[in-house]
Design a binder for this molecule. Sequence first.
Ligand SMILES: [Zn+2]
Ligand SMILES: [Zn+2]
Length: 218
Amino acid sequence: MIDLHTHTTFSDGELIPAELARRAAKAGYTGLAVTDHADQSNMYLIIENMLRFAAEAGPYLDLSLVVGVELTHVPPPLIPGLIAEARRAGAMLVVVHGETIVEPVLRGTNLAAIEGGADVLAHPGLITVEEARLAADKGVHLEITTRKGHSLCNGHVAAMARTCGARLVIDNDAHAPGDLVSGDMRRMVALGAGMTFDEHRRADQNAQEIMSRLLLKR
Ligand SMILES: [Zn+2]
Ligand SMILES: [Zn+2]
């Protein structure tokens, strides 16, 4: 199992990176992207410190660690530029906090994330057909989430991805140890969103492919 969307004490997560990685390995995860909430104020702080942690502790962890960020509540016109800046600063994976219906995320965030070429558009809420089509064209992955609240629109996201040919990934958006759910729970969430067994398998493969590509680059 792979989780491409997690949080530590660098933002609003409960665990420091070392403990999150250990808990994830113990819960059966072989790959983990740490993607703390970031805007212009803290992005460099997070990336620099996570790169140091990954370089020093990474070889001793029982899973593959990816340094990322989740650009969160960034004004849409600034999102594409900040995605590029995060990559230049060393982020291997850029997630954007999409238009979940349980938070006042600015309209235009989904589109800006897709146009800016984010790797994963997290919990994109009531994403439109046009946005999902563009995500398919640009290779931006749409997220099915096991997280309460954000998961309310999973069914819509899965249907839009199917209609438009966009790729899905399944993430926990883990903030605490209990959020690192089991394989059974991931499967049930996927099926509950209306995904077929095959679509669930493909979503897991998509995460594997992202992880393999990132580890080759490193
Ligand atoms: Zn959070
Ligand atoms: Zn998140």
